[in-house]
Structures are given as C-alpha cells and as structure tokens.
Design a protein around this ligand. Structure first.
Ligand SMILES: [Zn+2]
Length: 436
C-alpha cells in the first residue's frame, strides 16, 4: 500500500460489500452526488494523497481558464459568479457499496440537491483525475459548457438530444479530434471506422460521442465556427433544436444526417493519426499471438512501430501489444518493462492502462514479490475502479496482505472480495487463506 494512502485498505475492510462494477451503473449525467459539506471541494478516501492535493490546488485557475474557453469558443458572455459549483468525489464509494458512476464516466453535471434545481453542480471523479492529471482543464471546459448552457436554457437543456449536448461540449473543449483519433485505433473500429456512426437520434451512451462531435465538425465544415455559434445563439433564443439546426445548416434533418455520413470518411482521413495504418497492421497480427512465430512477428512489428511512429497517439497501445508478445515468448523482464511504461499515468489516452497494471501485478505475484503486487493492484482499486480487473485486484490485495502476515487487514478484504465476486478464479485461494 502506498504510504500516501494509509487509510484505504482499512476503509475497504470496514463495513461494506462491493457490487460487481457492471451492476446498475448510473446513466450519464444522471444522479447528482449526495450532499457533502456545503462548500468543501472534496471529502473522500484520497484526502491525504499529495497527488490529489496538487490537482485540487490547480482547480481555481483551471476553472477560470475553462470559463474563458467557453466564452471564447461559443461567444457566450458568462460571468462566473460562483453559481456553478465544483465538487470532487470518489467514484468507488466504499461506504455506499457500489461504484457510483457509469463505466468511463469522469464528470457529471446536474442540479445541486442541496440547493434546489437553481444551482448547478459539476462533479469530478477523483480516480479518473489521478489516472490522467493533465486532463483537468479540458474536462472542466467540457462540463462547464454543459453547466453554462444548462443555466442559460433552464429545463429546455434537458430536452436537447444527447448528441447536441455532448457534441457541443466536445467541440467547445477541443476534445473531439483526439476522441475520434483514439476511437479510430480502438480494436473494434480499426477495420470499420464507420461503425462509429449509428444514428444521431438514437444516441444513448458515450460509445457514440465521436459521432456527436462529428455532427458539429460537419456543421463547422458547412458554415464555419461562426455557424456553430449561430446554432447556439438560435437555441438560446428559444427556438427548438431541429429548427435551429435547419436554419443554420440550410438542410432538413434527413439531409443533415446524410451529409454527416458523407462527411465522416473525410473527417476520419483528416483526423487520423499518421501511425494508424501501421498500428492497424500490428493489431492484425494478434490472431497469431498464441504461437511463438506469431508472437515474434508481432514483437517485430511493435518494435518497428515504436521506432517509426514514436509520436503516434497509438504508441501506448502498440507498447501493450509488444508486452503481450514478449510475455508469450516468456521474456518476462522485457514484458514487464513494456507493461510498466503503458501503466504509467499520463500520455496519450489508452484503453489498456488497467490491463497493463494488472499484468505488472501478475508478474509480481509470479515472483512472489507481495509488496510490489499489493502496490500495483492497489492502483487498480484507486485509479481504475471501473476496470474489469477490479475483482482480481481486490482478491490480490487481500492475498498479498495475508502473505505479508498482515492477516487482520487481509481478512475483511478477502471477505469483501468473496461477497462481491464470488465466482472469481481466486475465490478458492481466498477461502483457503481465510480458513488458515
Ligand atoms: Zn458531457
């Protein structure tokens, strides 16, 4: 356990049963946080963590810059008088039994339950910020776009389709291009990027956020940045979103959607990382990974990628494939080096960060380095509580504590792991440890 977070394992052990993280996550932007002390930025299990204190210290300046970005990008004069509240909270709420956010959800914006619907509260999940501290300002710009528009439009804002709310927030925060670039490298879209386009009107989750951004990218291609601002101004004047869109784009809804589908391939070509074709070729080798020859081919491709595409946004993902190939070839020290580099916080967004941390932890377990394994799996609990490896991480933390002779700490943790993930592969080992 990291010395900066002395209370964590104790708090896991205290009184709670963790649910499986996939159990009933909240819909995006739904429930606001429970009432905390009225004017406290954060109260939670990371209070003493210096990494989080550094992030929280940066909040006032990031907030000011985020408001400025919203004002400039949307030409929305907005005076920050403090009516929009910022809060931070733990995503893995150990006292409430459950993960309190949906998968991948980093911030929420909603009415403040302690102050009536007039006040808006933006809530950031601290684990996500710990995993990616550099994202604070753009995330705040995104959420303050929601908050400012919500304040200006009142209840009408809730009636806007998801693609309008999220697309505008991504467009304003400048997150769209990187989001699309990253999605182009996701395994499920590598061969079929048009899979990102479903149907704007049916959007119901963040899997579709690239499409929401692309709708505004298309509007910008048609009418320039001024066109997006005009759309917002028309919305604020009270006109319904459909009428605003056709007025600004000059197209009816069907024509706009058809135009978006035609625009998307051009946007993909414009926004794709230069390393995407090489990354696509690398991932195609994964089908051979279970043979030594296939693993050697992937290793060679991954190393070539690292050499020729060092600045690619897919470089961390490529490093993960390199690590997997090395692991298959039983070159464990080199594999661990790869996984550690992927696991380091920061850098281009990467799907595999928690996978890499788990691999580092498993290698430590194999070497019976229980201190290192505990420290590593603790990171999944702390920074990736919605990871599919959470169950394994909880078991491993308990089993490592047991091996280290810290039975009193291990016991409640193993009981929680068994209650939350009873069918896990490590359950028998946990029961054996408890029975000793
Ligand atoms: Zn959003």
């Amino acid at each position: 356990m990291s010395s900066s977070r002395p209370g964590l394992l104790a708090s896991i052990g205290l009184s709670v049963v963790l649910c499986c993280p996939s159990a009933a996550p909240e819909p995006p932007h739904a429930a606001p946080p429970p009432a905390a002390e009225p004017d406290r930025l954060y109260a939670g299990r990371f209070e003493a963590d210096p990494r989080l204190r550094a992030i929280l210290d940066a909040v006032p300046q990031a907030r000011a810059r985020a408001f400025q970005a919203v004002n400039e990008r949307l030409a929305l004069p907005y005076q920050d008088k403090g009516a929009i509240l910022l809060r931070f909270r733990d995503s893995l709420d150990l006292s409430q039994r459950i993960l309190v956010r949906g998968p991948g959800e980093t911030f929420t914006t909603g009415a403040d339950p302690t102050a009536g619907s007039a006040r808006i509260v933006v809530t950031g999940m601290v684990e996500f910020l710990l995993a990616d501290p550099g994202s604070l300002e753009t995330e705040l710009t995104h959420e303050l776009t929601h908050a400012v528009l919500r304040e200006r439009m009142g209840a009408r804002y809730e009636g806007l389709p998801l693609w309008v709310r999220e697309g505008l927030a991504l467009w304003t925060a400048g997150q769209g291009p990187a989001r699309v670039r990253y999605f182009l490298g996701r395994t499920e879209f590598l061969e079929r990027p048009e899979g990102m386009l479903s149907n704007l009107a049916d959007q119901n989750g963040r899997a579709n956020y690239p499409e929401a951004f692309l709708a505004f990218d298309y509007l910008e291609a048609l009418r320039g940045e001024a066109g997006v601002r005009q759309f917002v101004a028309t919305l604020l004047s009270g006109k319904p979103w459909g009428g605003s869109l056709s007025e600004v784009s000059g197209q009816n809804w069907e024509a706009f959607q058809a135009g978006l589908r035609a625009h998307a391939p051009r946007a993909f070509a414009r926004l794709a990382d230069p390393g995407l074709p090489a990354y696509r070729a690398l991932v195609a080798l994964r089908t051979g990974l279970d043979t030594p020859e296939g693993a050697a081919a992937m290793l060679e491709a991954a190393r070539r990628f690292a050499e020729l595409q060092a600045d690619s946004c897919h470089s961390r993902s490529a490093r993960m494939w390199e690590g997997r190939a090395l692991l298959r070839l039983e070159r464990r020290a080199e594999a661990r080096n790869c996984f550690e580099r992927v696991a380091a916080a920061g850098g281009p967004f990467c799907d595999f960060e928690d996978d890499a941390i788990a691999e580092v932890g498993r290698l430590a377990v194999a070497e019976q380095d229980h201190e290192a394994a505990l420290r590593t799996f603790q990171r999944i609990v702390d920074e990736h509580p919605d990871s599919r490896h959470l169950g394994e991480a909880l078991y491993r933390c308990g089993l490592c504590l047991d091996r280290l002779g810290r039975r009193a700490e291990a016991r409640p943790l193993l009981l929680k792991a068994l209650a939350s993930f009873p069918k896990a592969a490590l359950a028998a080992e946990a029961r054996a440890a408890l029975g000793r």
